[in-house]
Design a binder for this molecule. Sequence first.
Ligand code: ADP
Ligand code: GLC
Length: 471
Amino acid sequence: MDIIHISAECYPVAKAGGLGDVVGSLPRFQNELGHRSKVLMPMYRTPYLYSHDWEVVHKASTNLGHWEFDYTVIKEKTNAQGFELYLIDINGLLDRETVYGYDDDTERFCAFQIAALHWMNTWDKLPQVVHVHDHHAALVPFMMQHCYAFKRLQSIPTVLTIHNAQYQGAFSWNKTLYIPQWDSWKRGLLEWKGSINPLASGIKCSWKVNTVSNSYLHELSTMSNGLEQLFEYEKGKCTGILNGIDYTVWNPAHDKYLTDHFSILDAKAGKEKNKRILCERFGLDPQKPLFIFIGRLVGEKGADLLPQAIIDSFRFIGRKMNFLVLGNGNAATAAQLTTLQSIAQGDYNAFIGYNETLSHLMYAGADFLVMPSRVEPCGLNQLYAMRYGTIPVVRSTGGLKDTVIDIGEPGGYGITYNNATVGDITHGIYRAVSVYKQKEVFRSIREKIMVLDFSWHRSAEEYLSLYQSFQ
Ligand code: ADP
Ligand code: GLC
């Protein structure tokens, strides 16, 4: 099949979180199954752009409301990622160093989607599936079906993958001109609760919708930032497909970001070496169990609970463990995590920022990963951590519920708790410290998690069955 993924992120070109990892790997696995899957994304000014060779494949102009803009489509010449990779350049809008967080994000992603369809409209051979990801690309199904200019694309099946329903990209009807001329009877397909809501529109207009785990799919009908009724109404076309992870990138035996590689055969020694490097760099004690948190410092991840959970762990369990936090996001949480550095020196440290290299070293060198998420559609961190022999200590929600079984359950290999509260996190840490002390139990859990199979093979097949249901 001919498949095109339209997305705001794709690792290693540009990544802000797990969306980038998924779009950077799923298409390659689809191609390995004999299909032709490509990716179209904005041309940001990230290092990847300057370190690869590109050819211009299309140049044209189109409109965002009354503004006529030029756009250029470039293709990476060697298919270095294992799929055809196309970037759309729109000067003034997409030529930025990071993916999100600008005041004109609405204009940026509307123009990106319009240019994507404007270009696709010129293709001789149209794709068999247009697969869009999250709200930044979720107006595409509406535009294909109801904008006069894209009538030729009307009958191509569309799939929307929801990686995160918290973010919906809603904007005011004052900006209605951003949607190229459409049949105004179809207004209801754009609207949710008085605004143009791209994610809601994508759910209404896509042929199929999927989220990235089954448990998250079920949670959406009761907890989806205002879209609950819509999910309940549209549940017939929604499915859950768990993300896979890319073991060519995430493998402690040949991870390009590590200097000390290891496998299940020498996990103890290999992890100790990585732990020593980490502890030396961050002034921690390698004799104590090392707990890490890696992620966006936002409410969804429960990051605001971390400072108190760390303080309470020291207070109630004693200074028997170390913590290392890597994250960026909410300024107040970042400030608290920074303040804690002076209070808990020697047992705690934090790196506020985004650092891909450090994240790999942390998965490799840590003993436990803490993930107190309030909402977790899938979660990749726990999957990476397990591959690197780091035991997850997670709140049982969404994808965490589907991938981490508590050690108290038959076949279990992680530590789970029910509530995103300081008390539950601290209790999880207490249980982890007890496991760490029982060397044999600790070793056997580590060995178990390193061989769990969360590869893309199964999920890539599930996406293909979803597409094949259109034929
Ligand atoms: P989300 O997409 O909600 O942020 P996921 O668990 O799916 O959560 O994926 C997060 C991805 O982003 C992982 O690859 C993780 O290692 C990475 N990541 C998150 N924050 C940082 C950071 N500050 N520095 C480096 N990598 C990070
Ligand atoms: C999102 C979710 C995360 C998921 C990722 C990739 O950003 O928050 O849980 O793993 O997308 O699907």
